[in-house]
Design a protein around this ligand. Structure first.
Ligand code: G4P
Length: 289
């Protein structure tokens, strides 16, 4: 399969924009004590921005890596990720959910533990928060600040301003503007991000994303698929192109003439995954697992 043009359009790393984003981030980093990075717990590697991670590493700033949306990820896989990330230098990793009010305290405590020499009204902790679009950065900012803070622009070419948010007298957050795209290395990663609603709706093909999703679920969550779509173990082992037809028939999703409605079936499968109808699923595992 060729690399989908849509992905390029959606997440292209425009060299000029990237150079500017990199410079801005490096400048911002100097005035902050630590970085809070938000990723999606279901795909914590693919939802990183590798360029920013390299800068953080080079600068040796304390790094809090928040695996957000852990309420909808596979808990055991999230635990493995946390273990893996916690082995990285200067890094502390936490599984959180912007939907869970209690996580506000754990996030703040983690920040204070990473910068023990600050955290007073004279020397507040200054944290810069980063994350690619749709990982839940704004939702987490709202959770941390207990306010509704306007979103910084995530669209290239829109004027973007960094936002300094005084959480309280001991804690200052700086939100970064957009241009923090993931770097899509291959078709699989692009389709997993699409299935997880991280890249925009016009950037991918529903059927392609659903087929990639089925390919993964068949191997890693076979029993969940069998249960959700009332298919047999043998049916589940069919190639995804065949399996999707079987699911269409089971769900009576057919077009005139009796053929399977692949578009509708694909959208249904994607929605089922996004709304946890299949179960709590993660699409990436640490390599060592
Ligand atoms: P961003 O700033 O990183 O771009 O992301 P934003 O906070 O706008 O969140 C993107 C979507 O992810 C929103 O859903 C939001 O509700 C959802 N979300 C954020 N954090 C979590 C989390 O921890 N758990 C779950 N389950 N969902 C989370 P939406 O459908 O776009 O909007 P909404 O109608 O839910 O507000």
């Amino acid at each position: 399969m060729s690399f989908s043009m849509g992905f390029y359009m959606a997440v292209q790393w425009f060299p000029g924009h990237m150079t500017k984003a990199k410079k801005d981030f490096e400048k911002n980093l100097k005035h902050n004590d630590m970085v809070i990075e938000v990723v999606d717990a279901r795909l914590p590697k693919s939802s990183e921005n590798p360029m920013l991670n390299q800068i953080i590493k080079n600068r040796g700033k304390p790094h809090l890596k928040l695996l957000n949306k852990s309420d909808i990820a596979d808990e055991s896989i999230t635990k493995s990720w946390i273990k893996e990330f916690n082995q990285l230098k200067d890094t502390l990793s936490l599984a959180v959910s912007a939907k869970n009010k209690k996580d506000r305290i754990s996030i703040k405590e983690a920040c204070f533990s990473l910068v023990p020499h600050r955290g007073t009204s004279i020397k507040p902790v200054r944290a810069i928060i980063i994350g690619i679009p749709n990982v839940g950065k704004s939702s987490l900012i709202n959770l941390i600040t207990q306010r509704k803070i306007a979103k910084t622009g995530d669209v290239p070419a829109v004027t973007q301003m960094q936002q300094r948010i005084i959480v309280d007298e001991e804690f200052i957050l700086t939100d970064t503007p957009g241009l923090m795209w993931p770097k899509i290395e291959d078709e699989t990663q692009g389709n997993y991000l699409a299935a997880s609603n991280i890249i925009g709706i016009k950037a991918y093909d529903d059927t392609e994303a659903a087929l990639y999703l089925l390919d993964y679920l068949k191997v890693h969550y076979k029993n969940l698929l069998i249960k959700r779509y009332q298919i047999s173990a043998e049916e589940c082992e069919q190639p995804s192109e065949v399996l999707i037809e079987l699911i269409a028939i089971k769900k009576h999703l057919v077009v005139k003439g009796g053929q399977s409605d692949l578009k509708k079936t694909s959208v249904m499968i994607l929605q089922d995954y996004r709304h946890q109808k299949i179960g709590l699923v993660s699409l990436e595992k640490p390599e060592k697992d």
